[in-house]
Write a protein that binds this ligand. Structure first.
Ligand code: ADP
Ligand code: MG
Length: 705
């Protein structure tokens, strides 16, 4: 039997079970072997029946002294009640609708069972065991002792019971056979049982003190002592992270093997001219990032850099410099933005800044007509465009460049790893790559998702920026808040009102955008130009509205979180967030980044019920800091990595054991080991088949070449 065999090679798995197991993500032997317990049930101590108390979870062992079958209810549910005695007392064991048990439950036989102790129904203080989670029927006391131990608890599901999973997995573990058998099988002497090859090289195992794979698998399912789980878990988490890191590093290595990178010269006339034409000096962080980028670009090895910086910290101008640098070298640059509106904004500001320098900028977006698009394709292929700014439209097959030198992707988390790769493939040589993100990504996540990127950070905001003042207020203050908003609008400013949901529903009594919009336009803002955007609008309608807000035709914009990414309206200086406690901190921070982009004093007012202490605490953090990195770390702590990770389109496999936040040390170790292994031919012999088996989809690119 092999790990990649379908699960129906196992006894007890027919077509129906096969279907149900598939539903749980288990289709191959490997999937079952790595279906890890979510907890354990300690059956190593058998309690005396006489000492049991109602309400406790217990394991008992005794002899069957009586059996009763009853029918109850309209549907005739079968209730089996067995009476068990162990010399210290008697206990009723009750099963519902398990008629088949009747054959097995013969008086005089010995039974081992675990479950919950309760008072028996109508039995005057007599104790019973219900919700029996495990039982074994045996003949000998010796057998009972052998069976006692720590049992795995799996996530069961419809049709696939705990007991079934235990049986199936122990059957699998038994099939692995002894060390002796395995060695014989390996030597070709016997057919052998299940082969579970080691995937971590010996040297790595020795260095990090890792259990061998089989021992770890055995111990995580059936540990002799609970303490053993820790070692097993460590080994398996390491394995998981190590393999993924190897995959990512190989991906990077392979993509660079066949093609040459682009080597840029030191900065010349156009870059200098752009620097001189900027109405400001670069901040220290911007200068540092720009230096990092220059030295990367001036090497033949392709640049792969992540530029992290809070919203409004001035990443775009750094990207512009890099794009001009590539143009100055006779090459073309491409910048991919996550939304149509952002692409247009970038296009506008780039054209304004760069046409005096003789640089030709084009826009490629889904909104162009077929003819217009064709014109852009042609001008790229014929090198009549120097810099193209666009949306996903840039990765279409029709797009090809005469001489692609640099690819910039803005707000990377909206694109998957594969999309980034698609754009990078569009040149004859490997272009330099700059990825920008305004979502502050905690270090742990940077290491997993962006393993192949070097990081530059812009932490300080440009000088002279009026800081955004944040206030948390209760709902009773709404009237006053909106009066203040109206005053600011009369002074010429614009405002956002952000709401968490677009429709009222029965369960949650949250104010919807719709409702807030009606309330405001029907009342205090009756004479004000208002608009509403939400996710259910067509892209076109949404963009038109945003465009009107951008142009100042709309003064007050009621919105759901669709405004989160990248909208730049410097005149908008106020934001009211309704039901602010519904949002994550990182998200609130992103939203808040929409204001404070101009010369005006800006206000963010978080309207919050703050029923719970946790909600109050979270809101207080928003009031006290505007440091996006700090907020991201707090968010991660408060909400856990699942949500944070889930919100990003990272294209990485789900982790079965490891936890990127808690296992940061393991991740660092695995990364170090992986760095050495990808250059080691022997190590690769172990790793490649494992990648093929476990992460084929993610690393298709390296496996098929
Ligand atoms: P990001 O892309 O990081 O969100 P932007 O590049 O859009 O930030 O910058 C926000 C605003 O700050 C822009 O209007 C930009 O012109 C301005 N800006 C950028 N760098 C500086 C600087 N060093 N000094 C003053 N203003 C700056
Ligand atoms: Mg930006």
């Amino acid at each position: 039997m092999e790990l990649e065999n379908n699960i129906d090679v196992l006894k007890g798995v027919g077509p129906k079970k096969l279907q149900q197991l598939r539903g749980m993500g288990i289709s191959r032997v490997f999937d079952l072997l790595t279906y890890f317990p979510r907890g354990y049930e300690d059956q190593s101590t058998v309690a005396a029946i006489g000492s049991l108390r109602a309400g406790e979870q217990a394991v008992i062992s005794g002899v069957l002294v009586g059996l009763q079958e009853k029918r109850a209810g309209r549907r005739g549910m079968v209730i089996l009640t067995a009476l068990v005695s162990d010399g210290t007392g008697t206990l009723q064991l009750t099963w519902f609708n398990q008629k088949f048990l009747k054959q097995k439950l013969k008086t005089g036989r010995r039974i081992l069972a675990s479950g919950k102790v309760t008072y028996s129904y109508g039995g005057q203080g007599q104790l019973a065991m219900t919700q029996i989670s495990a039982y074994e029927i045996m003949d000998e006391q010796a057998e009972v002792e052998k069976k006692c131990g720590i049992l795995p608890v799996y996530c069961a599901s419809e049709g696939i019971t705990q007991k079934f999973l235990r049986t199936l997995i122990s059957q699998l573990l038994a099939a692995v056979g002894t060390e002796q058998e395995r060695m014989e099988a390996a030597a070709g002497k016997t057919a052998g049982g299940l082969a579970v090859p080691e995937v971590i090289p010996d040297s790595v195992r020795r260095e990090y003190g890792l259990l061998d794979r089989l021992t770890a698998l055995q111990a995580i399912h059936y540990p002799a002592h609970l303490e053993d789980v820790k070692q097993a878990r460590y080994r398996l988490a390491f394995e998981e992270l190590y393999l993924i890191q190897c995959g990512l590093l190989l991906l990077k290595k392979r993509s660079q093997e066949h093609k040459q990178g682009v080597c840029h010269r030191v900065n010349g006339y156009q870059v200098q001219a752009l620097l001189r034409s900027l109405p400001f000096e670069l901040t220290a962080d911007q200068r540092k990032a720009w230096q990092d980028i220059c030295s990367d670009m001036e090497r033949t090895v392709p640049m792969r850099r992540l530029l992290q910086g809070d919203v409004g910290s001035g990443k775009t101008v750094v990207a512009m410099l890099a794009l001009v640098k590539t143009v100055e070298n006779g090459l073309q640059g491409a910048m991919m933005a996550p939304t149509e509106i952002l692409a247009r904004q970038h296009f506008d500001s780039f054209s304004r800044q760069l046409s005096p320098l003789g640089i030709r900028v084009s826009l490629l977006s889904g909104r162009l007509t077929k003819k217009q698009r064709q014109e852009v394709y042609d001008s790229l292929a014929e090198h009549e465009t120097d810099i193209v700014i666009g949306t996903h439209a840039l990765i279409q097959a029709e797009v090809s460049f005469a001489a692609l030198g640099l690819v910039v992707t803005d707000e990377q988390h909206r694109f998957g790893i594969n999309q980034r790769a698609l754009l990078e493939q569009k040149g004859a040589r490997l272009p330099d790559v700059l990825v920008m993100t305004a979502t502050p990504i905690p270090r742990t996540l940077t290491l997993t998702v962006y393993v192949d990127l070097h990081v530059s950070m812009i932490r300080q905001l440009p000088p002279g920026r009026k800081p955004i003042r944040t206030f948390v207020r209760g709902r009773e203050r709404r009237e006053l808040i909106y009066k203040f908003v109206l005053e600011e609008i009369h002074k010429g400013r614009q405002a956002y009102v952000v709401c968490p949901l677009i429709e009222m529903n029965e369960e949650s009594r949250l104010t919807s955008a719709q409702e807030v919009y009606e309330e405001l336009t029907g009342g205090i803002f009756a004479g004000t130009a208002c608009g509403m955007v939400h996710g259910k609008l067509k892209a076109r309608e949404k963009e038109d509205l945003m465009q009107k807000f951008y142009a100042g035709e709309i003064k007050l914009l009621v919105a759901t979180t669709v405004i989160e990414v990248g909208v730049n309206v410097p005149n908008a200086s106020i934001m009211v967030v309704e039901h602010a406690q519904q949002f994550g901190l990182a998200q609130l921070h992103q939203l808040r980044g929409r204001i404070g982009r101009g010369e005006y004093a800006s206000y963010c007012i978080l309207v919050s019920e703050g029923h719970t202490e946790a909600a109050r605490q979270r809101m207080a953090i928003m009031e006290s800091t505007t440091d996006g990195f700090l907020l991201a770390e707090e968010d991660l702590k408060l909400r856990g990595p699942g949500q944070f990770f889930g919100a990003m389109q990272h294209g990485l496999p789900d982790l079965k054991v490891a936890d990127v936040e808690q296992d940061i040390d393991v991740l660092l170790q695995a990364r170090r080991a992986a760095l050495a292994s990808v250059d080691n031919h022997e190590d690769m012999q172990l790793i490649l088949p494992a990648l093929e088996l476990q992460y084929r989809e993610q690393f298709l690119h390296i496996l098929e070449n």
